[in-house]
Design a protein around this ligand. Structure first.
Ligand code: ZN
Length: 159
């Protein structure tokens, strides 16, 4: 069962702090150019489930490719603790770097590989929203993340 609860996290120096509600064990390890270099392990939540507690002014933005994803990192310590973007259905999403969560047991996580390098046809249609030029987690093989890929066709597909 998914365990949804409030998690806290932030950057290294502490300027950027956030709270996020969700099951932080649903993680992907993407092999795209920026995830690979940053070592990002991400989980995705609706923007409404994410609250930036502090650090708004410390955040710097980096974009590349189609510039659809806002990679946000701390201008002081350089850590990208989260990013903003949209799900295939257009809803606002936040990608949380689970490595930045307080007390997270990284060794206990089992990230699902996500191929952000190869051109993929994800779901019934090619996704225009992407983190790397490809879709955010809409791939049917990423267990636990299915409801995002279904949100467009079946409305509020929660749980
Ligand atoms: Zn920082």
């Amino acid at each position: 069962m998914a365990e949804k609860k409030v998690h806290r996290g932030g950057c290294h120096c502490g300027k950027v702090r956030f709270e996020v509600v969700g099951d932080m064990s649903k993680v992907i390890a993407c092999n795209c150019s920026i995830c690979a270099k940053n070592g990002l392990w991400l989980t995705f939540v609706p923007a409404a489930d994410f609250k930036l507690v502090s650090g708004e002014t410390a955040l710097k933005e980096y974009q590349f490719g189609k510039k659809q994803i806002h990679h946000l990192f701390c201008g002081e310590c350089g850590v990208e603790s989260f990013g903003r973007g949209s799900a295939p259905d257009g809803s606002e999403m936040v990608a949380v770097n689970v490595r930045c969560l307080d007390g997270i047991d990284i060794a206990a996580l089992e990230p699902a590989p996500f191929d952000g390098q190869e051109p993929l046809m994800l779901g019934p249609r090619p996704c225009s929203t992407s983190c790397h030029g490809r879709a955010w987690p809409a791939h049917p093989s990423i267990h636990g993340l299915r409801r995002w890929s279904r949100a467009g066709s079946s409305g509020q597909a929660r749980g």
